[in-house]
Design a protein around this ligand. Structure first.
Ligand code: NI
Length: 167
């Protein structure tokens, strides 16, 4: 297993839409393992392949306190959503920035697991927020895209400054 470097906003590669995964081979299994390790190490509660510069439709999520409820979602598709919730979000690609974003309160997602089986996930609360956030990454979208242009400009300036300091 290995830790993967995480792209940081405003890296333009975060905007590349991900392609569906046609075949779940050993490479996809390895990617899922490496992404899970990277997410736990960060630490974070979710990671999309886009964030590690792999433009395939795969996300890993674990919102449990005990960090032992890993979900790997391949080709996830949201088939139902209702209600709304306002939750403070952060992102491993936008370190140190948190803001409240409105999301659906409950969602149903269809996806494939690592064995290629069709699965259904019904989620609410933090899991629903996290899955929506990660699925957006696959479309090339970040949570900061929901914020006002002024806030986005400030965040961009702050992260570019940080990148210069740590470079
Ligand atoms: Ni994120």
């Amino acid at each position: 297993m290995s830790l993967l470097p995480i792209l940081r906003f405003p890296d333009p590669r975060l905007k590349i839409p991900a392609s569906p995964i046609a075949r779940i081979d050993e490479g996809i299994h390895r990617l899922a393992r490496d992404m899970a390790e990277t997410m736990y190490e960060a630490p974070g509660i979710g990671l999309a392949a886009t964030q590690v510069n792999i433009h395939k439709r795969l996300i890993v999520v674990d919102v449990s306190e005990t960090r032992d409820h890993l979900l790997v979602l391949i080709n996830p598709e949201q088939v139902e959503s209702d209600g709304c919730q306002l939750c403070e979000e952060g992102c491993l690609s936008v370190p140190g920035i948190y803001d409240k974003i409105e999301r659906a309160g409950r969602i149903v997602v269809h996806y494939l697991d690592l064995d290629g089986r069709a699965r259904r996930l019904e989620a609410d609360g933090m899991l629903a927020v996290c899955v929506q956030h990660e699925m957006e990454h696959l479309e090339g979208k970040l949570f900061v895209d929901h914020l006002s242009p002024l806030k986005q400009k400030r965040i961009r300036a702050k992260l570019l400054k940080q990148a210069r300091i740590t470079a």
